[in-house]
Design a protein around this ligand. Structure first.
Ligand code: NAI
Length: 328
C-alpha cells in the first residue's frame, strides 16, 4: 500500500475547512488512489469544534483516510506535512487599517512559515487561502528560508473559476468549452481577469465577445467583486466554492494541468511580464512534473498592461508595508 500523504489544514473548524476536509478525505485533492492523513490546525478555542468535524470525518468511513490528528500549535501541526493548506487567517474587522491587518496576519503566517521551515517534509507544498492571501504567502515564505520559494503559493483559482463561469454564460457555452483564461495579480478587487488569450470553443474569446465595454464595465468588476456579491446573497462568505478552488489548485499542482490549456495561480514572480520579482502574483500557469511554470510569450495589449500594472502596484505596496513592519 502507498504511504499516506500528510495534509495539514489550518482553520480546520471554519466554514471553508468544513467544505474542504471531506473532499480531501474522499481522494479529490491528490487522487483516488492516494491515502491521506489529515492534520488539523486550529487556535485553542476552536479545537473542540475541529474535534466535532473529525468525528464526522470518521463517520464517513472514507477508505483513503488513514488518520486524523488535531493540533493547537504550528510546530506540531506542520510536522511531516507534505501539503499545507493555510486557510485560517485574521479577517479585517470594522475600522481596521491595512497596516493592522497585515500585522495581525504576520503574527499568524510568520510562525506558521517558521514551523513549516523547521518541521515539514522536504516536498512540502503550501497553498495560502486566508486573506490577504498573496501577502500572507510572502510572509510565510520569508519565514521559511530553507524551503524553496516556489513551494509557497496563494489561491486565485476561485477567481479563475468565477471568470470561466461568467464567460461561459456570456457566450452561451459551457465552462469546458473555455481555455486559457488568466487571472493576473492580487486576489483582491484589483485582480485582472484577462480573456484576450482565452479560447471559446477554439475561437479567440475577445473576438467572440467583441464588446470591450462589457469587458471593462461588467465582466471584470463582476469577477473581482463576486466575493462581496456572495456575502450579500448568502449572508456568509464563499466557502464551498473556495474549498473547491483549493482542491483544483493542489490537484493540478501535484498531477499537472491538461495539455493545451492553462490555469491561474499566485506564485513567486521571476520578473515575467514586468511583474516585480519576488512578489507572489497570479499568472497564467501550467503545472509539469509537480512544478508551476509561468506561460511565456503572451502579447500584452494596452488594455491589459494598465490593469496588470495596477494590481501589481498593489502587491508591491503590500510587500513594502510588511517589509516596513519587519514581517519579511
Ligand atoms: P472562518 O472564520 O469560518 O474560519 C477561519 C478559521 O480559522 C476559524 O476556525 C479560526 O479559528 C481559524 N484560525 C484563525 N487563526 C488561526 C491560526 N492562527 N491557526 C489556525 N487556525 C486559525 O473563515 P472561512 O470562511 O473559512 O475563510 C478563511 C479565510 O479564507 C479567510 O481569510 C477568507 O478571507 C479567505 N478566503 C479566501 C479566498 C480566496 O479566494 N483566496 C476565498 C474565500 C475566502
Amino acid at each position: 500500500a502507498r504511504t499516506p500523504v500528510n495534509v495539514t489544514v489550518t482553520g480546520a473548524a471554519g466554514q471553508i475547512g468544513y467544505a474542504l476536509l471531506f473532499r480531501i478525505a474522499s481522494g479529490q485533492l491528490l487522487g483516488a488512489d492516494v491515502p491521506v492523513k489529515l492534520r488539523l490546525l486550529e487556535i485553542p478555542q476552536a479545537v473542540k469544534a475541529a474535534e466535532g468535524t473529525a468525528m464526522e470525518l470518521d463517520d464517513c468511513a472514507f477508505p483513503l483516510l488513514a488518520g486524523i490528528d488535531i493540533f493547537d500549535n504550528p510546530t506540531d501541526g506542520f510536522a511531516g506535512a507534505n501539503v499545507a493548506l493555510l486557510v485560517g487567517a485574521r479577517p479585517r474587522t470594522k475600522g481596521m487599517e491595512r497596516g493592522d491587518l497585515l500585522e495581525a496576519n504576520g503574527g499568524i503566517f510568520g510562525p506558521q512559515g517558521k514551523a513549516i521551515n523547521d518541521g515539514a517534509a522536504d516536498d512540502i507544498r503550501v497553498l495560502v487561502v486566508g486573506n490577504p492571501a498573496n501577502t500572507n504567502a510572502l510572509i510565510a515564505s520569508a519565514a521559511a528560508p530553507d524551503v524553496p520559494a516556489e513551494r509557497f503559493t496563494a489561491m486565485t483559482r476561485l477567481d479563475h473559476n468565477r471568470a470561466l463561469s461568467q464567460l461561459a454564460a456570456k457566450t452561451g457555452t459551457t465552462v469546458s468549452d473555455i481555455k486559457k483564461l488568466t487571472i493576473w495579480g492580487n486576489h483582491s478587487a484589483t485582480q485582472y481577469p484577462d480573456i484576450f488569450h482565452a479560447e471559446v470553443a477554439g475561437k479567440n474569446a475577445a473576438e467572440v465577445v467583441n464588446d470591450e465595454a462589457w469587458l471593462a464595465d461588467t465582466f471584470i468588476p463582476t469577477v473581482a467583486k463576486r466575493g462581496a456579491a456572495i456575502i450579500e446573497a448568502r449572508g456568509a462568505s464563499s466557502a464551498a466554492s473556495a474549498a473547491n478552488a483549493a482542491i483544483d489548485h493542489v490537484h493540478d499542482w501535484v498531477n499537472g494541468t491538461p495539455e493545451g490549456d492553462w490555469t491561474s495561480a499566485a506564485i513567486p514572480s521571476d520578473g515575467s511580464y514586468g511583474v516585480a520579482e519576488g512578489i507572489i502574483s497570479s499568472f497564467p500557469v501550467v503545472s509539469k512534473n509537480g512544478k508551476w511554470e509561468i506561460v511565456q510569450g503572451l502579447e500584452v495589449n494596452e488594455f491589459s498592461r494598465a490593469r496588470i500594472d495596477a494590481t501589481v502596484a498593489e502587491l508591491v505596496e503590500e510587500r513594502d508595508a510588511v517589509k516596513q513592519l519587519g514581517l519579511i
